[in-house]
Design a binder for this molecule. Structure first.
Ligand SMILES: Nc1nc2c(ncn2[C@@H]2O[C@H](COP(=O)(O)OP(=O)(O)OP(=O)(O)O)[C@@H](O)[C@H]2O)c(=O)[nH]1
Ligand SMILES: [Mg+2]
Length: 449
């Protein structure tokens, strides 16, 4: 998300940073470019206007003009205001009621309501140990209830048994009763999609809302539909008092217009992001981290969090101990490569690192190629267990054998061996940082070319 915007803005700010002193004209012309970049990212016009106005007011002030690093000051102001339009502080799902807490999912057809229902249940289980019951109130599409049941089975989340010919209102009542009787923390209600805002369906949603009195009414918006999603969110909010937004398909959204406008336009915070089709591909929305990511300052905090999630604590400790004893071998290297893949490959990691847009461009696509990771894994798999444990024994004939086993060239094998040596050296240096330091800096450090 935000790739284009990020590249454009970093160009604007690079120019600004080079200047020692900033005149009002410099700021004005930089802001003109920022404005174009935002409009190209499909941000709603009123949001862009207000944003530029607020930034300008601050940026031409005394403080900036007199500052030693005026360019940096302007970037900070832009960062602060970006964070603000993205919603300020992060807002989590609110469950502060006597259980079961009802969460109603609403939105246009195909926006990702059913998938997100299951994702939210999994998120609440993994992050807060909450037990959810899911119910589909979608009696419009024949297979809709079944779809949720299948998702529930796959993710091990309970679903309300399907009873044919019930109305959505009847299902809602039954779901809440069952959740109360069976001691669930949360009851998630997935509703039927709407092609566009239509009065009858809105009334249905309103009557369900009245019955289940949800603590959260989440509007599920497809990021790819841009300003249409923003307008629909506004209409739903008027009718149903939406409490939060789940923005889906951000994995395919290069522009980010919906994310940047929806909170300003509707006043509802984005709570969660859907980042893929898989059930665990859901993330908490952190405005300040997203703002830094847009400005190329990187989202290292998320990366570290993700890394600690993926790298199990115990495995990381074992690895740290091995490194300390200087016993890191190719078995460990292969494990690291697998973890890199779990983090979304090099692409996923790069996207979160500071200045990554620039680096990505400089490196070219070849080296950020995730296929290279797969090839490296193939090379390691072609080594004998003894070789993996004793990286020092590689001679010419072993190298040739491994290359043909992995379907690659000796040069590529050599490159990997060299990389491994560099990594071992780097690890020795990292030892000085201690175990904690290793876990924090280890992953991104180790994969460097
Ligand atoms: N790439 C990607 N695909 C998603 C995401 N969320 C949902 N999808 C896909 O979008 C399609 C529609 O998702 P559903 O959850 O069925 O949408 P819905 O809003 O329940 O649809 P209706 O009930 O027909 O209104 C499915 O193929 C999902 O796999 C996401 O965050 N990223
Ligand atoms: Mg659905």
């Amino acid at each position: 998300m935000f790739d284009t915007l990020s590249t454009r803005l970093s160009d604007v700010f690079d120019k600004l940073k080079k200047r020692g002193v900033l005149s009002e004209d410099d700021v004005t012309s930089a802001l003109r470019e920022v404005r174009i970049a935002l409009l190209e990212a499909d941000v709603a016009l009123p949001v862009v206007k207000e944003f530029i106005e607020l930034v300008r007011e601050e940026a031409v002030g005394e403080q900036v003009v007199r500052s030693v690093t005026p360019g940096q000051m302007v970037i900070k102001i832009v960062n602060d205001h970006l964070t603000k339009i993205l919603g300020g502080d992060k807002s989590e799902i609110n469950l502060a009621v006597a259980p079961p807490a009802a969460i109603m999912m609403v939105g246009l057809q195909g926006s990702g309501k059913t998938t997100s229902t299951a994702k939210v249940a999994v998120h609440l289980r993994n992050q807060f140990r909450k037990k959810s019951l899911m119910a589909s109130l979608d009696v419009r599409r024949p297979a809709a209830q079944k779809q949720l049941e299948v998702l529930g089975l796959g993710a091990d989340i309970a679903t309300l048994p399907i009873v044919p010919f019930e109305t959505p209102e009847m299902i809602a009542k039954r779901a809440i009763d069952a959740a109360r009787k069976e001691g669930y923390d949360v009851v998630l209600l997935d509703t039927a999609g709407r092609l566009h805002i239509d009065e009858m369906l809105m009334e249905e949603a309103a009557s369900i809302h009245k019955i289940c009195k949800p603590i959260e009414t989440l509007f599920v918006a497809d990021a790819l539909t841009g300003q249409d999603a923003v307008n629909a969110a506004g209409a739903f909010h008027q009718q149903l008092a939406v409490t939060g937004i789940v923005l889906t398909r951000v994995d395919g959204d290069a522009r980010g217009g919906a994310a940047l406008s929806i909170t300003s336009v509707t006043g509802c915070p984005i709570k969660l992001l859907g980042t893929g089709e898989k059930i665990e591909e859901i993330e908490v929305f952190h405005p300040e981290r997203i703002a830094s990511r847009i400005l190329g300052m990187g989202d290292v905090v998320s990366l570290v969090e993700k890394a600690t999630e993926v790298v199990e604590e115990e495995a990381a400790e074992k690895l740290a101990a091995k490194i300390q004893k200087g016993q890191f071998d190719f078995e460990d290297f292969a494990k690291q490569l697998q973890q890199v893949r779990k983090l979304g490959g090099m692409g996923g990691i790069m996207g979160m690192l500071p200045g990554s847009q620039k680096v990505k461009a400089q490196m070219g696509s070849a080296q950020v190629d995730d296929k290279a990771l797969a090839r490296q894994e193939a090379i390691i798999l072609s080594m004998t267990p003894n070789e993996r444990k004793n990286p020092k024994i590689f001679n010419g004939s072993r190298r040739r054998r491994i290359a043909s086993g992995a379907g690659t060239t000796v040069q590529e094998v050599n490159r990997l061996l060299k990389q491994f040596q560099q990594m071992s050296k780097m690890m020795k240096r990292m030892n000085k940082l201690g175990k904690k330091g290793m876990m924090r800096h280890g992953l991104p450090g180790m994969i460097g070319q």
